[in-house]
Design a protein. Structure first.
Length: 387
């Protein structure tokens, strides 16, 4: 069995999610190639050794440059904050490695273009981790839309709501620093909604947005290293730092195919922990997805006889639903982590067929184009045509 040796850069929240995927993918998918969890890399030796032991990697490294140069590594998986993505991806591509990168692709559009140009120049396969595409319920939504079951699409309204920074004493973690994250809720959460809309509806034509930073300064983190996900913290320092990213960004869109939409990302929706919800309305039907009930898709069809029309709830765990046949018998539901397993299965299958995985850096660039067009519209208070 051909092996593909992975070098994972990053060992916190996404490092754990990706490790979970590599560790479990062979249990559920009959793959033509086997992933080998070769080396995990992180700056803090003590912490990355713990991650190596806990997640089941063969080796650890504290210098990503050494990992990307290793002859015995086939794929570099970038699970670090967005400001590091470009440099690592470019070096990995120059060393002929397959590059799998977390979202958003990077912190700005110019760098996104450069990353796509480099992976194409060095002819390496590339992928981006918009993991929610890989849920069976989303695959079902795509199937219903592509089969014309909801007809011509008029609307998409989508929200991605969290509440982990409502506490003014929550410290200035990396997700709240423009130089590291690129933006706040916008690039972190609207990025997922934009990719979902591109996958299910199509390309964005024009956007106009608004954003707000409700809490303008926060305690600076005392210790250098943040806790595992950056979403929790132990102690805060006395010194305060300026928050230079959005706490919430809302925008409107006109799609190229005539549909219109509203998108909202915030970290101030108290009570909403990771609430991604969207509804798509068409001429013949509607669909509703709610990440808190991620095995389900609600579907309304005009094709049902009038007396029985209504939103039905489909539990997407049947073998006829994408990926679901690889998991448990119908009705035995899956969770958040399995979206990463399905993502890795798709990447490995694409590599085995010598095809480029989808979604990939092209999708990362298209997402970044929308992200940046919204930011321009906010600055200039006008509709902006997406490139
Ligand atoms: C934090 O907002 C976060 O970890 C995102 O960065 C992930 O992409 C999302 O899947 C869960 O929430």
């Amino acid at each position: 069995m051909k092996e593909i040796k992975i070098g994972l850069i990053g060992y916190k929240f996404m490092g754990k999610a990706h490790s979970f995927a590599y560790k479990n993918v062979s249990l559920f998918f009959d793959l033509p190639i086997k992933p080998v969890m070769k080396v995990i890399c992180g700056r803090t030796e003590k912490a990355v050794i713990q991650a190596k032991e806990k997640f089941g990697w063969l080796e650890y490294e504290t210098d990503w440059r050494k990992v990307v140069e290793r002859e015995d590594i086939d794929m570099i998986d970038i699970a670090t904050p967005p400001n590091t993505h470009k440099e690592i991806a470019i070096e990995a591509a120059k060393n002929g490695k397959i590059v799998f990168c977390e979202k958003p692709l990077t912190t700005n559009l110019k760098d996104a273009y450069e990353m796509l140009e480099i992976v194409e120049k060095y002819k390496v396969k590339h992928a981006i981790c918009f993991n929610y595409r890989k849920l069976p319920a989303i695959g079902l939504a795509k199937k219903l839309i592509d089969e014309g079951k909801i007809g011509k699409i008029y609307h998409m309204r989508a929200v991605y709501l969290q509440d982990w920074i409502v506490d003014p004493d929550f410290p200035l973690v990396w997700r709240l620093q423009k130089s590291i994250a690129g933006s706040g809720a916008h690039g972190d959460l609207n990025a997922h909604l934009i990719d979902m809309a591109r996958y299910l509806i199509g390309e964005f034509d024009e956007v106009i947005g608004m954003s707000e930073t409700f809490i303008k300064e926060r305690p600076v983190l005392k210790e250098k290293e943040e806790l595992e996900t950056g979403l929790v913290y132990t102690e805060k320092g006395e010194e305060k730092g300026i928050v230079d990213v959005d706490d919430a960004t809302i925008f409107l869109v006109k799609f190229k195919n005539g549909a219109i939409g509203s998108f909202e990302a915030t970290r101030f929706a108290l009570g909403r922990k990771n609430y991604q919800f969207f509804e798509i309305n068409g001429s013949k039907g509607s669909i509703i997805f709610n990440l808190e009930r991620l095995n389900e898709l609600k579907f309304y069809s005009l094709e049902d006889p009038a007396y029985s029309q209504g939103f039905r709830t489909i539990i997407a765990t049947d073998a006829s639903h994408p990926y679901a046949g690889n998991w448990w018998p119908a009705g035995h539901i899956i969770g958040y982590g399995e979206s990463f397993v399905n993502m890795v299965a798709d990447i490995l299958n694409s590599i085995a067929k010598d095809e480029n995985p989808v979604p990939n850096f092209y999708d990362g660039v298209k997402c970044q184009e929308v992200l940046e067009s919204v930011e321009i519209s906010i600055k200039e208070k006008r509709w902006v045509k997406v490139k």
